[in-house]
Design a protein around this ligand. Structure first.
Ligand code: DQA
Length: 145
């Protein structure tokens, strides 16, 4: 079965309570449920993970090279800082779709640069949790080809 790793970075465990005016009121557990439903519909195996630790995220990306067919990633603030995640995603040699709940280009200028975007097939930002569903659908299509 085609397997997709959905990775969430720092502070995304606080989803629903952290700045709901920016990130909405849906919890990460609810986002996972939405993703599971969408993965079932698309006939994908879903592995959904969150960590506040850069090294843990990198370990999971390295693992994915052997165990997954694609990566959907919301790296949180590490998007804007982590060359290590950028390098790990290249080394994984898998299609990557970058997701952000908020539209990072409408926000502070330090959020306008992403180290994930140059290694991503596509970027979805600003559509809230629905962006994760769209990313899974796009990934399913990419992996069909
Ligand atoms: C985020 C945007 C980042 O700038 C921020 O640091 C996050 C969440 C988003 O999903 O909108 O933690 O990735």
């Amino acid at each position: 079965m085609t397997s997709v790793l959905v990775l969430n970075g720092p502070n995304l465990n606080l989803l629903g309570t952290r700045k709901p005016e920016v990130y909405g009121s849906t919890s990460l557990a609810d986002v996972e449920k939405m993703c599971q439903k969408e993965a079932d519909r698309l006939d994908l195996e879903l592995v959904f993970r969150q960590s506040n630790h850069e090294g843990q995220l990198i370990d999971w990306i390295q693992e994915a090279r052997e165990t997954a067919d694609g990566i959907v990633i919301n790296a949180g603030a590490l998007t804007h800082t982590s060359i290590a995640i950028h390098d790990a995603l290249i080394a994984a040699e898998l299609p990557v779709i970058e997701v952000h709940l908020s539209n990072i280009y409408r926000r502070e200028s330090f959020r306008h640069h992403s180290f994930v975007s140059p290694v991503a097939k596509g970027v979805i930002a600003g559509l809230g949790p629905h962006g994760y569903e769209l990313a899974l659908e796009a990934m399913a299509r990419l992996l069909q080809k």
